[in-house]
Every structure is written in structure tokens, then in C-alpha cells.
Ligand binder design. Structure first.
Ligand SMILES: NC(=O)c1ccc[n+]([C@@H]2O[C@H](COP(=O)([O-])OP(=O)(O)OC[C@H]3O[C@@H](n4cnc5c(N)ncnc54)[C@H](O)[C@@H]3O)[C@@H](O)[C@H]2O)c1
Ligand SMILES: O=C(O)[C@H](O)COP(=O)(O)O
Length: 531
């Protein structure tokens, strides 16, 4: 039975889903060393933002197939290392959107009406109404930085409260901003015109310290800043200084450069509200993310695709069902062209022809690369790391589509070029789902792939087929089927022979010595025996 480690608190509903297919161990608060020690035992890891999944943990997790983040941000996971190791990383992109957006709105209103300070004062038995006169958000300008899922919801709620909306998001269309009632502006204008700023961007090199001394200098002295996105988007020292110097009106932060928050100048300042990364902490959001991620872990452990993988294209089960035979076709052809080419490959051309050209090509291209590399990398290559392995090996992958080309309803053509020359193969799927190899190096053939195959390039002349047959017979190798493809009579031809047995060592070189044989290739393909 598969084993899943849950290293942060997640809702029981997630544990129940995982328990259908795996032994689930919940061990929270582990140190890096403890995690490194136990992770080799597990097939899957499920976590929130509390666990840092470093390169060392990933390298120790030799059995890991999937890491599931019960939330949005995967910045606590070394995704490139997971990808290199072929581990799928999944998250829940929408499960906590509403929770985080509502927290941002709550922070904005709490800042405006001094709610935490007023609460503290009344708890200290004071009745101070003068000190806590607030401001209304109605008719004030809110600058939304990042108009994605959370930013959009905040914008809609703010609109309903009568706020004017400015937005900065270089990746969002004017139409989308218009739909939300936001005016898209540049950052400088957003800084100078806003009464409130709310941040909803991922942490990237561009967004790190987006709110710094220079940015603060452009803002109104009454500005209130809310950050419920990621720590580090605000320069916390610059912010604390600006609050102390009265250069801004206030700030509410849910996320911090270091979490848990250590020594910080922000603690205890007037007009500053701090919460311990509570954006996603609602009952509803925790149920949503736990179900979303646990289901994906369960599916991957059962060999099904994940719907929200961050390091491979997410495929819904119905799309996967449709694509599965094509992935098998692409992998088989990739494996075949890789073995024909041998040596170092520099270029793989993947051409989707006919009806196949209308499919989502990315998984098909990845399957072809996986097949190509499987000779060298065996089970180390999978759908997650195939593209990165190809890149690291200097293999340029070019994809073309032509809906006009195919003789069949849809075909896949692969061409590999490398240190030992160039080879091409074409294959199709029959209506039964079976694969046919329909072309090899430009010669038309029609053969199903089989576990043991022999291909020759030879001169089309009398007697050559008989000689190959006798040679195979003399080594006790049984022929299952044989076919010759040629373009002109007595020109060049290819022979595709399916064998019941592997080619014994030494036989291939005997075959190449037969007069008229230009080249011969022994190929092993992984073929489902039922097909
Ligand atoms: N506090 C919490 O508990 C909590 C909960 C959920 C999400 N989050 C965080 O909130 C943030 C937003 O999440 P989301 O689900 O809305 O993500 P999202 O991907 O839907 O939206 C992010 C938006 O930021 C925009 N963006 C990217 N780079 C930008 C840049 N340089 N300048 C301006 N805009 C830029 C993108 O175009 C996108 O529209 C993320 O950082 C996420 O990790 C925090
Ligand atoms: O990225 C997220 O989903 C939020 O930061 C929530 O993090 P959490 O799951 O640790 O609450």
C-alpha cells in the first residue's frame, strides 16, 4: 500500500480521501533533519505553508511521486528540484480564494475603524471614543496590485462598498479590468492616487520589495496598505520607518519576510495590524483545499493525471482519457526513433498531422520526448521531467502541426537528428486503438510495434529476404511477421520484422554483412501484450 506523509495540519476530510488508497501518517512540526530521515519511506507528501520542502528533502525522497500543497503558493517547495526528480507538484489554485480576499477586506476595514486597538482599549476597561474615530472606505480609491483570482474578488467587494478602483497588473487585459470596474494604471499613478493599496501578486523577482522607500515616497501620507499575498513584497524595515515617521496612515500585514515572524520593528506600532498568515484559515477554505489536493494525490497514486499540477500540464480525466492512446503512440514512436538514431540527439521534430493537429499538443510532445529518452534514462524519465531532461541534454524540440498532411485521420511524425545521422518514423492509431507504424525513413510500411523488432535498410533485390530469414532461423529466432516497404522497384527498401524472441548478441553484425544490407537496427519496444 502507498504511504502518504501529511506534514502540516489539514482538514480530516483530506485524510479520509487519502486513506482510501494509502496509509496516511500525520506528523506535523518536523524539523528538516527529521523530514529528511523519514521521507524515503513515502510515496506522497501533503503540506501547507508550514513545511519547507528543500532540495535536500526532495533528494532524500527517492520514492516520492507527488507533493501536494493544500493551498495556492508553492514558494515553500523547491519545484525545480522536484521537477528534475520527476515528482509532480500539485496545489489548490482556487480553494482559498474567497477566504484570502475576505481577509484582505477585513484588514482594510479593521485598519479604517481601528478595530484591534479599540478592542484592546475596551479590554483594558477604557471607554475611549475620541481616539478611535475612523474613516469610511465609501468613495475612497483602492489600488489593487495583482488582479488575479483574489485581487478580482477584493475588487468586486470593494466596488459594492462604493470604492473607486485602480488596478496594476501587466498581464491582465483592459476588458477584464473594465468588467471588474477597475481602471488599469501604471504603478506610479496607483501609488500616488490611492487611499488604500491591497497586494495580490505572487512573490517574484519583480514583486520583491515592490513597496519600498521609493514607492512609499510617492504615496499619500494617509495611505493604508494591506498585504495578504506574500511576505517580502513589502520592505518591512521601510514600512516600519514610514509608520514611525507618520509618512503613511497604516498597514495591515498577514504575511512576512520571515515566518513565523521573529524580531520585528512592526510589532506594537500604532496603526499596524498583524495576523499570523490567516488568509486561508477559514473552515470552508480548509475543506476546499484538503479535498482538492487529497483527490489529486489519490489520483496520481492510482496512475491518473492531476488536474492542477504546477510542473506538468494539468489534464482533466476526460481529456486524459481522450489523449491516452495518443500518448502511447507518441511514446512508442519516440522510443523507436531514439533507438534507430542511437548516440547523441540534437533535434527532435514532432509533427502532429491531420486530426491529431487539433489536439492539445503539449502532452503529446512530452510523451514523444519521454519515449526518446527512455533508452538512456529508463524509469528516471517521466512526464514531469522529460522536457527539462531534453533541454539539459541540449536536445532542441520543434513542434509542427499540419491538419492537411495525413493519409489517415490523424498521424504523428517524429524526426530525430544526432551524432549518428537522422531518422524519421510516422505512426497512426487505428479505430480499435491499436498503433501502426506507417513510415520509416520515408519508406511506407504498415506494421504494429512489437517487443522485439529488426529493421533493415537494404537494396531491393531478389533473395535478400530469404537470407535474413535463414540467418534468424539459424539462431533459433522465430519471425512473427515481416514487411517490406519501398518507393521504387529495385531501389532502396526497408524491412520491418517482428520477432518472438530478442535478437541474440552477434546476430545484428551478421545481418549487416549480408550483401545488399546497408544498415540494420535491433529495437526493443514496450508494447502492451493485449494489443
Ligand atoms: N495570505 C494567505 O493566506 C493567502 C491565501 C491564498 C493566496 N495567497 C497569495 O495571494 C497571492 C495572489 O493569489 P491569487 O490566487 O490571486 O493568484 P493569481 O495567480 O490568480 O493572481 C496573481 C495576479 O498577479 C499578477 N501579477 C504577476 N506578476 C505581477 C507583477 N509584477 N505586477 C502586478 N501583477 C502581477 C498576475 O497577472 C495575476 O493576475 C499569491 O501570492 C498567493 O500565494 C495568500
Ligand atoms: O498560498 C496559500 O494558499 C496561502 O498562503 C495559505 O497558506 P496556508 O495553507 O499555510 O494557510
Amino acid at each position: 500500500m502507498a504511504k502518504v506523509l501529511v506534514s502540516d495540519p489539514i482538514d480530516q476530510v483530506g485524510i479520509d480521501i487519502l486513506s482510501q488508497v494509502a496509509q496516511v501518517d500525520v506528523k506535523t512540526g518536523l524539523s528538516q533533519e527529521e523530514l529528511i530521515k523519514i521521507i524515503p519511506d513515502y510515496d506522497a507528501l501533503m503540506l501547507r505553508s508550514g513545511t519547507r520542502v528543500t532540495k535536500e528533502i526532495i533528494e532524500a525522497g527517492t520514492g516520492l511521486k507527488i507533493i501536494g500543497r493544500a493551498g495556492v503558493g508553492v514558494d515553500n517547495i523547491d519545484v525545480p528540484s522536484a521537477t528534475r526528480q520527476g515528482i509532480v507538484v500539485v496545489n489548490s489554485p482556487e480553494g482559498n480564494t474567497i477566504a484570502a480576499a475576505e481577509h484582505a477586506v477585513a484588514m482594510m476595514l479593521a485598519l479604517s475603524r481601528h478595530i484591534p486597538d479599540a478592542n484592546q482599549s475596551i479590554c483594558q476597561k477604557q471607554w475611549d471614543r475620541k481616539r478611535f474615530v475612523g474613516t469610511e472606505v465609501y468613495k475612497k480609491t483602492l489600488g489593487v496590485v495583482g488582479l488575479g483570482k483574489i485581487g478580482s474578488h477584493v475588487a468586486s467587494v470593494a466596488k459594492a462598498m462604493g470604492m473607486k478602483l485602480l488596478a496594476y497588473d501587466p498581464f491582465i487585459s483592459k476588458e477584464r479590468a473594465d468588467q471588474l470596474g477597475c481602471t488599469l494604471v501604471d504603478l506610479d499613478l496607483l501609488f500616488s492616487e490611492s487611499d488604500y493599496i491591497t497586494l495580490h501578486v505572487p512573490k517574484t523577482p519583480e514583486t520583491t520589495h515592490l513597496i519600498n522607500r521609493e514607492a512609499i515616497a510617492k504615496m499619500k501620507p494617509t495611505i493604508r496598505i494591506v498585504n495578504c499575498s506574500r511576505g517580502g513584497i513589502i520592505d518591512e524595515d521601510a514600512l516600519a520607518e514610514a509608520i514611525q515617521d507618520g509618512k503613511i496612515g497604516g498597514a495591515a500585514l498577514d504575511v512576512f519576510e520571515q515566518e513565523p515572524l521573529g524580531e520585528s520593528k512592526l510589532r506594537g506600532l500604532n496603526n499596524v495590524i498583524l495576523t499570523p498568515h490567516l488568509g486561508a484559515s477559514t473552515e470552508e477554505a480548509q475543506i476546499n483545499v484538503a479535498i482538492d489536493v487529497a483527490e489529486q494525490i489519490r489520483d496520481v497514486l492510482l496512475g491518473l493525471p492531476a488536474r492542477s499540477a504546477v510542473n506538468i500540464p494539468g489534464l482533466t480525466p476526460d481529456v486524459m482519457e481522450k489523449l491516452r492512446p495518443y500518448l502511447q503512440l507518441a511514446e512508442t514512436l519516440g522510443n523507436l526513433v531514439g533507438q534507430l538514431s542511437g548516440g547523441r540527439i540534437d533535434l527532435l521534430n514532432v509533427s502532429l498531422q491531420g486530426e491529431l493537429a487539433s489536439n492539445d499538443s503539449q502532452p503529446i510532445v512530452v510523451a514523444a520526448i519521454k519515449g526518446l529518452l527512455s533508452e538512456a534514462l529508463r524509469e528516471r524519465v517521466n512526464y514531469v521531467n522529460a522536457a527539462i531532461e531534453a533541454k539539459e541534454r541540449g536536445i532542441r524540440v520543434v513542434e509542427t502541426r499540419d491538419s492537411q498532411i495525413s493519409d489517415y485521420s490523424g498521424s504523428l511524425h517524429l524526426e530525430a537528428r544526432g551524432s549518428m545521422g537522422q531518422h524519421s518514423v510516422t505512426g497512426v492509431l487505428l479505430t480499435t486503438g491499436e498503433i501502426r507504424i506507417t513510415d520509416l525513413d520515408g519508406f511506407p510500411i504498415n506494421v504494429p510495434p512489437s517487443n522485439h523488432m529488426l529493421f533493415t535498410l537494404h537494396r531491393d533485390m531478389p533473395g535478400i529476404i530469404g537470407k535474413i530469414g535463414s540467418l534468424l532461423g539459424s539462431f533459433n529466432v522465430n519471425i512473427a511477421s515481416m514487411q517490406v516497404g519501398r518507393k521504387i522497384v529495385r531501389g532502396d527498401a526497408v524491412m520491418a520484422v517482428s520477432l518472438d524472441d530478442p535478437l541474440p548478441s552477434g546476430l545484428l553484425s551478421e545481418i549487416t554483412k549480408v550483401s545488399g544490407i546497408r544498415d540494420a537496427y535491433a529495437v526493443k519496444l514496450l508494447v502492451n501484450p493485449s494489443k
